[in-house]
Design a binder for this molecule. Sequence first.
Ligand SMILES: [Zn+2]
Length: 277
Amino acid sequence: MINLPILRQNDREILKDIIQSKHKPAKTSLLNKYENILGDYLEYYKNRHSLERITADIDIDEEVSKYLNDAYKSGKVIDSVKAKITEIMPPAIKEKCPYCMLSEPGTFDHYLGKGQFPEYSVLSKNLVPCCSKCNSKKGEKFLSANGNRIFISFYFDELPKSSFLIVELDIDGDVPYIKDIYINSDLGNNIDEIIKTHFDELELFERYKNPMSNKLSLLVTRIKGSKQCRDDIIEVIRNEIIALEKIYGPSYWECSLYRGVVNNDDVLAYLENISIS
Ligand SMILES: [Zn+2]
């Protein structure tokens, strides 16, 4: 998982262009709320590192809310904003959704949901490229019962520098398998709770099981009969972790899986055994 670059475009100008492109009565209603929405944008930016502080703008009525939602759905200006956000994403995110790092990000998530916070419907910093599965699981969810944010903001939350995703393996009969996947709760960082709820709500532990098992089977197939000693196997896997980390970040599920392999003596003994036999 990695932090995402922010689109360096003036959101005031984007909003103005969107309103100018509309016809009456939408144009008039939106113009009346233009200053309000700019104030909301300022609020968003001021609280970007503690987005849980943001409350919905009660001056945005149902009518304006509908016009803003429509403005997000289609239009030349917003289409160009969406295209530019996609364009500036690093290669990893062009390929994989930042929320799960599994599927292609074919949609945009409104980090602050557009139902509860229509004022941020077309704010570029609130639009996160995302896969449809994560988008629908996330929906309008924002805060937990205790007021903490539920999901990671990949634009503004600073992700831990070391891996927070831990994978434990074991051997059953003669075959290595994934015993447990969990979040390291000893990060010394207040993002711990957000990461945990992010994984729970998006069901990532469950969704990682099959792709991790498949990668583990592939690794076993690759090593079988390759005549490598334990140190060689460890080196090959460590190099793979380093290469993957550079693109997808240290907590990418595949890196965590391979770390689980090199940290487990029984699995290494198994791999050495099938390698030389
Ligand atoms: Zn996803």
